[in-house]
Design a protein around this ligand. Structure first.
Ligand SMILES: Cc1ncc(COP(=O)(O)O)c(C=O)c1O
Length: 415
């Protein structure tokens, strides 16, 4: 029976789907074997073991880089990249406001000033035009996020960077295995940063990596993540203010096994994501993240879309609740632009930015596209759904179609 002919689950009708979507993380014998081998070796730290070194080589090569430096998470990796690139104290770093906290908080932890530039409404990625408008004589770096796994507009961003002598650090926390005009994400800026936190497309629970092909930057990252030591130097010899941010061997073991799975999983997500985008785009008011031909592989950490309430015929919150009731786990995404977080509004920067925080007023920042996405239209599905079968994708599409068919009822539901 056509599911759209049934009443909405929210209104007491049958749920379209009870089956769970694929669980995350996916793991098995290869992870167990590598972990046990690392355990039994007794070499549990990066300085003595082989797992992290092997992973760094493989991951960097897969992402078109000569160097990879494995660290404890994808926040520290951004901060290390900023420090390695010598972004000066209180220099400005342009970031998007539609992203996880770390893209901007890492800037503050490098004692630099995050400057928010708006995102494109259709791609959810940093808008190069907004970046140009945000430039000042103090701008030193740009951190584009490949949002949800869609590569940012790197050609234009790198052209701006070249013109103004800026460092570009890709925040590729969502974009393992994605590519842009055939080139792997991570190799497009001067440095790149990835996260291996639990939800990410490549995970070991907690972890991160900085990648680069610049020998000098790689050396600086290696030193900063290892207590300021230098290659060939003594163990008890520290050259820059730093700490221990090294990734551990157990994480390295899991990552090596997970890395073998990544290409196949990425191909599945990309195929399913493209199918779903073309099917959902037929529904009035549903606008999947726009993907241009320059995106040669989308990693679909998130399947992002906008719900235009007027065109759809029902409010976003009610549509999302109706989809959840049908058995589709969907989220409204980041609820506020990053600059609206109390941290920024109250300039609660702890010991950082003491010299300049008096002149910073994040309460005045306006990024209209980001505000539309956060407050009115944004939504996403998580990557594990896209590891499903064609029939799982069909269920998602049918749930959207069913909710759209019953949109009139949703206007009388309070959420
Ligand atoms: C865009 C983005 N950047 C950076 C991070 C920080 O990574 P981590 O949680 O490993 O510190 C995350 C994720 O959590 C993220 O989504």
């Amino acid at each position: 029976m056509n599911p759209s002919a049934q009443p909405l689950a929210l209104a007491g009708g049958p749920r379209l789907r009870d089956k769970p979507f694929p669980a995350w993380p996916v793991f098995g014998a290869p992870e167990e074997e590598r972990l046990l081998r690392a355990l039994r070796s007794g070499k549990w730290g990066k300085l003595h073991g082989e797992e992290v070194a092997e992973f760094e080589r493989r991951f960097a090569a897969m992402h078109g880089c000569q160097h990879g430096i494995g660290v404890v998470n994808g926040t520290v990796s951004l901060r290390i990249a900023l420090l390695a690139a010598s972004v000066p104290s209180e220099g400005e770093v342009i970031v998007p406001p539609y992203t996880f906290l770390a893209t901007a908080s890492a800037v503050i932890e490098a004692n630099a000033v995050p400057v928010f530039a708006d995102v494109d409404l259709e791609t959810f990625n940093l808008d190069p035009g907004a970046v140009e408008r945000a430039l000042t004589p103090r701008t030193r770096a740009i951190i584009p996020v490949h949002m949800g796994g869609l590569p940012a507009d790197m050609d234009r961003l790198m052209a701006i960077a070249r013109k103004h002598n800026l460092v570009v650090i890709e925040d590729a926390a969502h974009a393992h295995g994605a590519s842009y005009n055939g080139a792997p994400v991570g190799s497009l800026g001067h440095l790149s940063s990835f996260s291996f936190q639990s939800s990410k497309n490549l995970t070991c629970g907690e972890g991160g990596i900085v990648c680069t092909s610049d020998e000098r930057l790689a050396e600086a990252c290696r030193s900063i993540h290892n207590c300021g030591r230098l290659p060939g130097g003594l163990w008890y010899e520290h050259h820059v203010m730093s700490g221990n941010y090294r990734l551990g061997e157990f994480q390295g073991a899991v990552l090596n096994a997970q890395l073998d799975r990544l290409p196949g999983q990425t191909a599945t997500r990309d195929r399913n994501g493209q199918w779903l985008a073309s099917r959902l785009a037929r529904i009035p008011g549903v606008f999947p993240q726009r993907r241009g031909p320059e995106c040669t592989r989308h990693s679909y950490h998130l399947f992002l879309f906008r719900l235009d309430a007027r065109a759809f015929g029902a409010p976003r919150a009610a549509v999302l609740r109706a989809l959840q009731a049908e058995g589709i786990p969907v989220s409204g995404g980041y609820a506020v632009p990053l600059y609206r977080q109390p941290l920024f509004v109250n300039r609660a920067f702890g010991p950082y930015l003491a010299g300049v925080s008096g002149r910073l007023d994040y309460g005045k920042v306006r990024c209209p596209n980001c505000e539309t996405i956060c407050y009115k239209q944004g939504a996403w599905l998580e990557q594990n759904l896209l590891l499903g079968t064609a029939s799982d994708m069909e269920d998602i599409a049918r749930a959207f179609e069913k909710v759209h068919a019953h949109r009139a009822i949703l206007n009388s539901i309070t959420v």
